[in-house]
Every structure is written in structure tokens, then in C-alpha cells.
Ligand binder design. Structure first.
Ligand SMILES: [Zn+2]
Length: 262
């Protein structure tokens, strides 16, 4: 295992524990379905995905970044620039690409088949952050490798992007009550839980907004930002999936191949 993957796993579990503790101390709202059953499914999916992704893609992503760095391939390697600028550009560019990818996951019926696994969670908390189908993660990893090539991102840049991505995603999925002032400051540039909660609404018009992961600026520029929603009234999930007993691990794995739902 490379140092990068070990660090990633360490950061991931630290984030899970940290936000879980926050959720216990300052819960946003009571759960409506069994938390332990949801966690068993979400964490099983996370472990299953991590093992497969590690075996298939982890080395490929790191070696692409190393190869690109060594051979000075990609836009960032055309001219010499300070490492801090390179890292900032990597973070901003990769986050924008992720915004586009997320939007496509909602707009293209084939991609939505896979992405609905993430949205079918009936409550939203830190465990939702990694509830993804392996199909979606695999395509996203292939795109990431192509983008590293195109951009010429360094291993450090990619590691910082990945780390920020994990913590931001865990934060905005967590069911934590955040002080109003802090939330409104966060709304300006980043994605707080209230913004992402709207994205997990069963109402399709609300769901197809707020695609940002790290920065909220992309939603502002592209006109997909939605804020005027009564937070207390948001029902989390996908309208077609209301029964938790139908949303267990193996059914989540098979979900993309079952009938299409909006
Ligand atoms: Zn989504």
C-alpha cells in the first residue's frame, strides 16, 4: 500500500469518527429510520468499494500523477510555476470537473441509474458521504486519470484535492446543527449541510440543484444554486424508494440494473 492510500484511509476514518461525534453532540434532526441498519449498509458498501477501488484504481491514479510529473505532461507543466499555485489550480479545476460530473449524473438517465444508490438513503448523515455504487466510482476514477493527464496535476496536488474532497463531503452530508452565522458565511464560498440537504430532497426540482462538493461558486455561476427551501420540511431520499428493508447492501448493488425511476 502506498503512503498516499494509507493517509487517505486514515483521513477518511478520522472524518467519519469526528462528524459522527458531532452528530451525537449537536444532532440536526431525529432519525426517521433505523440508524444502525442504514450504517450497516452504508459502511458495508464503503468497505466493499474501498477494497475494489484500491485493487483496481489506486495504483493507477498515483502512477499517472507520478508519470505526468516526471515527463512534464499537461497544462500545468507548460511553464514553471510555484507549487502553491499548481495545488490551488488543481483543487479548483478538479472541483469544477466534479461539479460537471455530478450534474451529468442527474441529467443522464444511464448515469442516474447508478447515482440513485447514493440518493436512495432515507436519512442523511456522515455515512451517506460514501454510499456510492462501484459502477459510478469506477467511471469517475477513469475520468480522474484522464483529467490528471490533461492538467498535469502533481501527486501532492491530487492528494490535497482528494483529502479536501473527503472531508468536505463528510461535512456536508452530516446531520449536524451548525450555528446560523457560521452557515451563512459558509454559503458564500463552500457547501454547508443545509445546501446539500436540498440536493437530497425527494422533490426532483430541488434535487437537481446544489451540485457543488467543495466550492459553491460553480452552482452560482451555472445557475443551479437553490437556497429558498424550508429546511424543516425537506424529505430525504428518492420518491420511488420508501421501504428501508428494500434498501439493503445487495439490493443497492443491483439497483442500477432494476427498473428506471426518476
Ligand atoms: Zn447527487
Amino acid at each position: 500500500m502506498t503512503t498516499e492510500s494509507a493517509l487517505r484511509i486514515f483521513l477518511f476514518w478520522c472524518g467519519i469518527i469526528l462528524f459522527y461525534v458531532f452528530e451525537r453532540l449537536y444532532p440536526y434532526r431525529p432519525v426517521t429510520v433505523s440508524k444502525s441498519k442504514r450504517w450497516i449498509n452504508n459502511i458495508s458498501l464503503t468497505i466493499f468499494n474501498s477494497i475494489l477501488m484500491h485493487l483496481i484504481f489506486s495504483a493507477a491514479i498515483v502512477s499517472t500523477a507520478l508519470y505526468v510529473e516526471k515527463n512534464r505532461i499537461g497544462i500545468l507543466n507548460i511553464t514553471e510555476m510555484p507549487e502553491s499555485i499548481e495545488i490551488a489550480v488543481t483543487l479548483i479545476f478538479m472541483d469544477f470537473m466534479l461539479y460537471i460530473w455530478h450534474l451529468l449524473n442527474h441529467e443522464m438517465p444511464l448515469l442516474w441509474r447508478f447515482h440513485r444508490v447514493h440518493h436512495s438513503d432515507l436519512n442523511m448523515d456522515v455515512s451517506t458521504a460514501t454510499r456510492f455504487h462501484i459502477g459510478e466510482l469506477s467511471v469517475s476514477a477513469v475520468i480522474k486519470i484522464a483529467l490528471i493527464f490533461f492538467l498535469g496535476a502533481s501527486t501532492t496536488g491530487i492528494a490535497i484535492f482528494e483529502g479536501t474532497l473527503v472531508l468536505c463531503s463528510q461535512f456536508h452530508h452530516s446531520s449536524v446543527k451548525i450555528p446560523k452565522l457560521l452557515e451563512s458565511v459558509f454559503w458564500i464560498l463552500f457547501v454547508p449541510p443545509s445546501m446539500h440537504r436540498i440536493h437530497h430532497s425527494v422533490i426532483i426540482k430541488e434535487r437537481n440543484t446544489n451540485y457543488g462538493t467543495i466550492f459553491s461558486v460553480w452552482d452560482r455561476i451555472m445557475g443551479t444554486l437553490l437556497s429558498a427551501v424550508n429546511q424543516e420540511g425537506i424529505r430525504i431520499g428518492v420518491g420511488a424508494y420508501t421501504r428501508p428493508e428494500r434498501l439493503v447492501f445487495h439490493q443497492l448493488l443491483l439497483m442500477p440494473f432494476t427498473k428506471a425511476v426518476k
